[in-house]
Design a binder for this molecule. Structure first.
Ligand code: SF4
Ligand code: SF4
Length: 90
């Protein structure tokens, strides 16, 4: 399986959308979208997520452990670019 961050996600399924910079990962219970045009790679989501859902790949946030999400919404709250949309935090 290819290991490119924008092609694969260990526990989620990524889909391209009409807005090509926004990527969607679907976990068992939640869906997380990250706009990689907005994402500056600041890392707040990576540092603040209690479940270590995110990692930076090519300086963009990717929810590689989406099924570990406890739906606390911290990632949405801390992102300075409003780049994260979470199905439980709308
Ligand atoms: S909602 Fe909470 S647990 Fe889920 S990805 Fe965001 S910070 Fe992590
Ligand atoms: S907090 Fe927002 S801007 Fe910073 S890495 Fe995460 S998604 Fe990107």
């Amino acid at each position: 399986m290819p290991d490119h961050p924008l092609r694969t996600s260990p526990e989620g399924i990524r889909q391209r959308e009409m807005i090509m910079t926004t990527f969607t990962w679907e976990g068992a219970d939640v869906t997380i979208k990250v706009d990689h045009e907005k994402c500056t790679g600041s890392g707040e989501c990576v540092a603040s997520c209690p479940s270590e859902v995110y990692e930076l790949q090519d300086e963009k946030s990717v929810p590689v452990n989406i099924n570990e999400c406890i739906e606390c919404c911290t990632c949405v709250e801390v992102c300075p670019e409003n780049a994260i949309i979470h199905s439980s935090c709308e």
